[in-house]
Design a protein around this ligand. Sequence first.
Ligand SMILES: [Zn+2]
Length: 333
Amino acid sequence: MEPGCYEVAPGVHRVPLQMPADGLGAVNVYALETPDGLALVDGGWRVDTTFGEMERALRRIGHGTEQIHDIYVTHVHRDHYTFAVELRRRHGSRVHLGVAEADGLAAVGALGSNVPTNSLHELRRAGAPVLADTVEALTAAEPFYPSDWEKPDHWLAAGPLRIGQHAVDVVHTPGHTKGHMVFHDTQRGLLFSGDHVLPSITPSIGFELGEWDLPLGRYLDSLSGLLDRPDSQLLPAHGDPTPSVHVRVEELLVHHDRRFAAMRDALATLGPVTASAVAEAIPWTRRERPFATLDPFNRMIATCETLAHLDTLVDRGQITVRSRGDRDVFAVA
Ligand SMILES: [Zn+2]
Protein backbone atom coordinates (compact mmCIF):
# COMPACT_ATOMS: atom_id res chain seq x y z
CA MET A 1 0.00 0.00 0.00
CA GLU A 2 1.42 3.38 -1.03
CA PRO A 3 1.51 5.95 1.77
CA GLY A 4 -1.24 8.55 1.47
CA CYS A 5 -4.81 9.30 2.38
CA TYR A 6 -7.65 7.41 0.71
CA GLU A 7 -11.32 8.36 1.03
CA VAL A 8 -13.39 5.24 1.83
CA ALA A 9 -16.69 7.07 2.50
CA PRO A 10 -17.59 10.78 2.46
CA GLY A 11 -15.37 12.43 5.09
CA VAL A 12 -13.72 9.13 6.10
CA HIS A 13 -10.12 8.58 5.03
CA ARG A 14 -7.84 5.58 5.29
CA VAL A 15 -4.26 6.48 6.21
CA PRO A 16 -1.94 3.47 5.91
CA LEU A 17 1.13 4.04 8.12
CA GLN A 18 4.24 1.96 7.51
CA MET A 19 5.17 -0.54 10.19
CA PRO A 20 8.81 -1.28 11.02
CA ALA A 21 10.08 -4.77 10.19
CA ASP A 22 6.77 -6.53 10.32
CA GLY A 23 5.12 -8.86 7.84
CA LEU A 24 1.89 -6.87 7.98
CA GLY A 25 3.44 -3.90 6.12
CA ALA A 26 1.11 -1.11 7.25
CA VAL A 27 -1.46 -0.27 9.88
CA ASN A 28 -4.54 1.65 8.73
CA VAL A 29 -5.57 4.64 10.77
CA TYR A 30 -8.94 6.12 9.76
CA ALA A 31 -9.33 9.90 9.83
CA LEU A 32 -12.92 11.09 10.23
CA GLU A 33 -13.80 14.70 9.43
CA THR A 34 -15.87 16.36 12.17
CA PRO A 35 -17.13 19.93 12.69
CA ASP A 36 -14.27 20.42 15.19
CA GLY A 37 -11.48 18.92 13.08
CA LEU A 38 -10.56 15.26 12.91
CA ALA A 39 -11.18 12.14 14.94
CA LEU A 40 -9.05 9.02 14.41
CA VAL A 41 -9.92 5.38 14.73
CA ASP A 42 -6.65 3.75 15.85
CA GLY A 43 -3.48 5.70 16.38
CA GLY A 44 -0.71 3.74 14.70
CA TRP A 45 2.74 2.64 15.81
CA ARG A 46 5.02 5.40 17.08
CA VAL A 47 8.43 5.24 15.43
CA ASP A 48 10.63 8.17 14.41
CA THR A 49 9.02 8.52 10.98
CA THR A 50 5.35 8.19 11.96
CA PHE A 51 4.66 11.84 12.71
CA GLY A 52 6.01 13.10 9.37
CA GLU A 53 4.15 10.38 7.53
CA MET A 54 0.86 11.33 9.21
CA GLU A 55 1.42 15.04 8.52
CA ARG A 56 2.05 14.39 4.81
CA ALA A 57 -1.01 12.16 4.53
CA LEU A 58 -3.39 14.62 6.21
CA ARG A 59 -2.05 17.56 4.21
CA ARG A 60 -3.48 15.88 1.10
CA ILE A 61 -6.97 16.50 2.47
CA GLY A 62 -6.14 19.96 3.75
CA HIS A 63 -5.72 19.02 7.41
CA GLY A 64 -2.94 18.90 9.96
CA THR A 65 -2.26 16.65 12.94
CA GLU A 66 -3.04 19.54 15.32
CA GLN A 67 -6.70 19.20 14.25
CA ILE A 68 -6.97 15.68 15.71
CA HIS A 69 -9.14 16.09 18.81
CA ASP A 70 -10.00 12.48 19.68
CA ILE A 71 -8.43 9.08 18.97
CA TYR A 72 -10.48 5.92 19.45
CA VAL A 73 -8.08 2.98 19.71
CA THR A 74 -9.40 -0.53 18.99
CA HIS A 75 -6.91 -2.33 21.26
CA VAL A 76 -3.72 -1.99 23.22
CA HIS A 77 -1.21 -3.49 20.75
CA ARG A 78 1.66 -1.15 19.98
CA ASP A 79 0.85 -0.76 16.27
CA HIS A 80 -2.52 0.72 17.28
CA TYR A 81 -1.94 2.53 20.57
CA THR A 82 1.51 4.09 20.84
CA PHE A 83 1.18 6.85 18.23
CA ALA A 84 -2.11 7.94 19.79
CA VAL A 85 -0.18 8.71 22.97
CA GLU A 86 2.40 10.63 20.92
CA LEU A 87 -0.32 12.77 19.31
CA ARG A 88 -1.67 13.62 22.76
CA ARG A 89 1.82 14.63 23.85
CA ARG A 90 2.15 16.98 20.86
CA HIS A 91 -1.37 18.33 20.49
CA GLY A 92 -3.42 17.35 23.52
CA SER A 93 -5.62 14.94 21.54
CA ARG A 94 -7.84 12.81 23.81
CA VAL A 95 -7.07 9.07 23.75
CA HIS A 96 -9.83 6.49 24.24
CA LEU A 97 -9.24 2.75 24.83
CA GLY A 98 -11.47 -0.20 25.77
CA VAL A 99 -11.85 -0.55 29.52
CA ALA A 100 -10.95 -4.25 29.45
CA GLU A 101 -7.46 -3.31 28.19
CA ALA A 102 -6.69 -1.60 31.51
CA ASP A 103 -5.03 -4.63 33.12
CA GLY A 104 -2.97 -5.39 30.01
CA LEU A 105 -1.79 -1.79 29.78
CA ALA A 106 -0.86 -1.68 33.47
CA ALA A 107 1.01 -4.97 33.07
CA VAL A 108 3.16 -3.61 30.19
CA GLY A 109 4.10 -0.60 32.32
CA ALA A 110 4.92 -2.77 35.34
CA LEU A 111 6.98 -5.16 33.23
CA GLY A 112 9.00 -2.42 31.54
CA SER A 113 9.93 -4.48 28.48
CA ASN A 114 8.47 -6.05 25.33
CA VAL A 115 8.91 -9.58 26.70
CA PRO A 116 5.54 -11.34 26.22
CA THR A 117 5.70 -13.06 29.60
CA ASN A 118 2.23 -14.61 29.49
CA SER A 119 2.70 -15.99 25.98
CA LEU A 120 6.04 -17.46 27.10
CA HIS A 121 4.24 -19.17 29.97
CA GLU A 122 1.73 -20.62 27.48
CA LEU A 123 4.60 -21.69 25.19
CA ARG A 124 6.09 -23.70 28.04
CA ARG A 125 2.65 -25.24 28.72
CA ALA A 126 2.57 -26.06 24.99
CA GLY A 127 5.85 -27.98 25.36
CA ALA A 128 8.10 -25.42 23.66
CA PRO A 129 10.52 -24.23 26.40
CA VAL A 130 13.44 -23.69 23.99
CA LEU A 131 11.34 -21.47 21.73
CA ALA A 132 10.17 -19.59 24.83
CA ASP A 133 13.81 -18.92 25.80
CA THR A 134 14.61 -17.75 22.26
CA VAL A 135 11.70 -15.31 22.12
CA GLU A 136 12.51 -14.08 25.62
CA ALA A 137 16.10 -13.25 24.62
CA LEU A 138 15.01 -11.53 21.38
CA THR A 139 12.31 -9.40 22.96
CA ALA A 140 14.37 -8.51 26.05
CA ALA A 141 16.96 -6.98 23.67
CA GLU A 142 14.40 -4.69 21.99
CA PRO A 143 14.26 -1.04 23.05
CA PHE A 144 11.33 -0.24 25.35
CA TYR A 145 9.79 3.22 25.79
CA PRO A 146 7.66 3.56 28.95
CA SER A 147 6.12 6.78 27.57
CA ASP A 148 4.46 4.73 24.77
CA TRP A 149 2.25 3.13 27.38
CA GLU A 150 0.75 6.05 29.29
CA LYS A 151 -2.90 5.67 30.23
CA PRO A 152 -5.70 6.84 27.94
CA ASP A 153 -7.79 9.88 28.90
CA HIS A 154 -10.93 7.84 28.81
CA TRP A 155 -11.81 4.17 29.15
CA LEU A 156 -14.38 3.14 26.56
CA ALA A 157 -17.32 0.93 27.45
CA ALA A 158 -19.57 -0.84 24.97
CA GLY A 159 -22.53 1.28 23.90
CA PRO A 160 -23.41 4.36 21.89
CA LEU A 161 -20.80 6.98 21.06
CA ARG A 162 -20.91 10.21 19.05
CA ILE A 163 -18.06 10.99 16.70
CA GLY A 164 -18.73 14.40 15.19
CA GLN A 165 -22.22 14.30 13.73
CA HIS A 166 -22.40 10.52 13.55
CA ALA A 167 -23.70 7.95 16.00
CA VAL A 168 -21.42 4.95 16.38
CA ASP A 169 -21.87 1.75 18.39
CA VAL A 170 -18.85 0.68 20.41
CA VAL A 171 -18.90 -3.12 20.36
CA HIS A 172 -16.75 -5.22 22.70
CA THR A 173 -15.08 -8.00 20.67
CA PRO A 174 -12.71 -9.91 22.99
CA GLY A 175 -10.40 -12.58 21.55
CA HIS A 176 -7.53 -10.88 19.73
CA THR A 177 -7.12 -9.03 23.03
CA LYS A 178 -9.45 -8.93 26.03
CA GLY A 179 -10.55 -5.35 25.56
CA HIS A 180 -10.73 -5.15 21.76
CA MET A 181 -13.46 -2.79 20.53
CA VAL A 182 -14.91 -2.29 17.06
CA PHE A 183 -16.74 0.87 16.02
CA HIS A 184 -19.94 0.41 14.03
CA ASP A 185 -21.58 3.27 12.18
CA THR A 186 -24.78 1.48 11.18
CA GLN A 187 -26.28 4.54 9.51
CA ARG A 188 -23.46 4.89 7.04
CA GLY A 189 -22.76 1.14 6.94
CA LEU A 190 -19.16 1.28 8.15
CA LEU A 191 -17.46 -1.10 10.56
CA PHE A 192 -14.05 -0.05 11.86
CA SER A 193 -12.90 -3.55 12.73
CA GLY A 194 -9.38 -3.05 14.13
CA ASP A 195 -7.71 -6.48 14.15
CA HIS A 196 -10.91 -8.36 15.00
CA VAL A 197 -11.83 -8.95 11.35
CA LEU A 198 -9.02 -8.71 8.79
CA PRO A 199 -9.60 -9.24 5.06
CA SER A 200 -6.78 -11.64 4.15
CA ILE A 201 -5.24 -12.98 7.34
CA THR A 202 -6.51 -14.23 10.69
CA PRO A 203 -5.55 -12.23 13.78
CA SER A 204 -3.39 -13.75 16.50
CA ILE A 205 -5.39 -14.97 19.47
CA GLY A 206 -4.65 -13.99 23.06
CA PHE A 207 -1.28 -12.35 22.36
CA GLU A 208 -1.33 -10.00 25.35
CA LEU A 209 -0.32 -9.77 28.97
CA GLY A 210 -2.70 -11.17 31.55
CA GLU A 211 -4.45 -14.43 32.22
CA TRP A 212 -5.18 -16.83 29.33
CA ASP A 213 -8.92 -17.42 29.54
CA LEU A 214 -10.04 -19.45 26.49
CA PRO A 215 -9.29 -16.57 24.11
CA LEU A 216 -10.32 -18.51 20.98
CA GLY A 217 -13.74 -19.33 22.41
CA ARG A 218 -14.23 -15.62 23.12
CA TYR A 219 -12.94 -14.70 19.68
CA LEU A 220 -15.38 -17.03 17.90
CA ASP A 221 -18.27 -15.69 20.00
CA SER A 222 -17.23 -12.13 19.13
CA LEU A 223 -17.08 -13.07 15.43
CA SER A 224 -20.53 -14.69 15.38
CA GLY A 225 -21.85 -11.68 17.26
CA LEU A 226 -21.14 -9.48 14.25
CA LEU A 227 -23.54 -11.59 12.17
CA ASP A 228 -26.35 -10.39 14.46
CA ARG A 229 -25.57 -6.80 13.48
CA PRO A 230 -26.41 -5.18 10.12
CA ASP A 231 -23.86 -5.96 7.42
CA SER A 232 -21.47 -3.12 6.59
CA GLN A 233 -18.34 -2.20 4.72
CA LEU A 234 -15.28 -3.72 6.42
CA LEU A 235 -12.68 -1.10 7.36
CA PRO A 236 -9.82 -3.18 8.81
CA ALA A 237 -6.62 -2.06 10.53
CA HIS A 238 -4.48 -4.11 8.14
CA GLY A 239 -5.21 -4.66 4.45
CA ASP A 240 -7.80 -3.26 2.06
CA PRO A 241 -11.42 -2.40 2.91
CA THR A 242 -13.97 -4.86 1.54
CA PRO A 243 -17.73 -4.47 0.91
CA SER A 244 -19.04 -7.00 3.46
CA VAL A 245 -18.20 -7.77 7.08
CA HIS A 246 -20.54 -10.76 7.04
CA VAL A 247 -18.84 -12.44 4.06
CA ARG A 248 -15.46 -12.22 5.80
CA VAL A 249 -16.84 -13.38 9.17
CA GLU A 250 -18.36 -16.46 7.50
CA GLU A 251 -15.00 -17.21 5.86
CA LEU A 252 -13.19 -16.87 9.19
CA LEU A 253 -15.64 -19.20 10.94
CA VAL A 254 -15.11 -21.80 8.18
CA HIS A 255 -11.35 -21.30 8.46
CA HIS A 256 -11.39 -22.02 12.19
CA ASP A 257 -13.58 -25.11 11.69
CA ARG A 258 -10.97 -26.40 9.24
CA ARG A 259 -8.18 -25.66 11.70
CA PHE A 260 -10.04 -27.52 14.47
CA ALA A 261 -10.44 -30.51 12.13
CA ALA A 262 -6.77 -30.43 11.03
CA MET A 263 -5.59 -30.34 14.65
CA ARG A 264 -7.92 -33.14 15.72
CA ASP A 265 -6.68 -35.24 12.78
CA ALA A 266 -3.06 -34.52 13.71
CA LEU A 267 -3.77 -35.58 17.30
CA ALA A 268 -5.43 -38.79 16.11
CA THR A 269 -2.32 -39.61 14.03
CA LEU A 270 0.31 -38.57 16.56
CA GLY A 271 -1.27 -40.00 19.69
CA PRO A 272 -1.10 -38.05 22.98
CA VAL A 273 1.19 -35.03 22.40
CA THR A 274 1.76 -31.40 23.33
CA ALA A 275 0.36 -28.41 21.43
CA SER A 276 3.87 -27.77 20.12
CA ALA A 277 3.94 -31.20 18.41
CA VAL A 278 0.54 -30.50 16.83
CA ALA A 279 1.72 -27.08 15.60
CA GLU A 280 4.76 -28.68 13.96
CA ALA A 281 2.54 -31.21 12.17
CA ILE A 282 0.21 -28.79 10.37
CA PRO A 283 0.83 -26.15 7.66
CA TRP A 284 0.89 -22.41 8.41
CA THR A 285 -0.13 -19.17 6.72
CA ARG A 286 -2.06 -18.82 3.47
CA ARG A 287 0.99 -20.28 1.72
CA GLU A 288 0.81 -23.52 3.74
CA ARG A 289 4.34 -23.13 5.06
CA PRO A 290 5.98 -25.77 7.25
CA PHE A 291 6.24 -24.68 10.89
CA ALA A 292 10.05 -24.90 10.84
CA THR A 293 10.28 -22.16 8.16
CA LEU A 294 8.57 -19.55 10.39
CA ASP A 295 10.69 -17.07 12.37
CA PRO A 296 10.73 -17.45 16.18
CA PHE A 297 8.06 -14.78 16.77
CA ASN A 298 5.68 -16.42 14.30
CA ARG A 299 6.50 -19.88 15.71
CA MET A 300 5.35 -18.49 19.07
CA ILE A 301 2.14 -17.08 17.54
CA ALA A 302 1.50 -20.38 15.73
CA THR A 303 2.11 -22.48 18.83
CA CYS A 304 -0.14 -20.29 21.01
CA GLU A 305 -2.77 -20.40 18.29
CA THR A 306 -2.63 -24.21 18.29
CA LEU A 307 -2.90 -24.25 22.08
CA ALA A 308 -5.92 -21.94 21.87
CA HIS A 309 -7.66 -24.33 19.46
CA LEU A 310 -6.82 -27.39 21.58
CA ASP A 311 -8.03 -25.69 24.79
CA THR A 312 -11.30 -24.91 23.02
CA LEU A 313 -11.67 -28.52 21.83
CA VAL A 314 -11.15 -29.65 25.44
CA ASP A 315 -13.79 -27.15 26.56
CA ARG A 316 -16.18 -28.60 23.96
CA GLY A 317 -15.49 -32.14 25.24
CA GLN A 318 -13.98 -33.29 21.93
CA ILE A 319 -10.45 -34.04 23.18
CA THR A 320 -8.87 -34.59 26.59
CA VAL A 321 -5.91 -33.01 28.37
CA ARG A 322 -3.52 -34.20 31.09
CA SER A 323 -0.87 -32.15 32.84
CA ARG A 324 2.66 -33.60 32.81
CA GLY A 325 4.82 -31.31 34.90
CA ASP A 326 4.58 -27.84 33.39
CA ARG A 327 3.21 -29.03 30.04
CA ASP A 328 -0.20 -30.20 28.85
CA VAL A 329 -0.60 -33.37 26.79
CA PHE A 330 -3.68 -33.61 24.57
CA ALA A 331 -5.38 -36.70 23.14
CA VAL A 332 -8.50 -37.53 21.15
CA ALA A 333 -11.31 -38.47 23.50
ZN1 LIG B 1 -3.35 -6.34 17.22
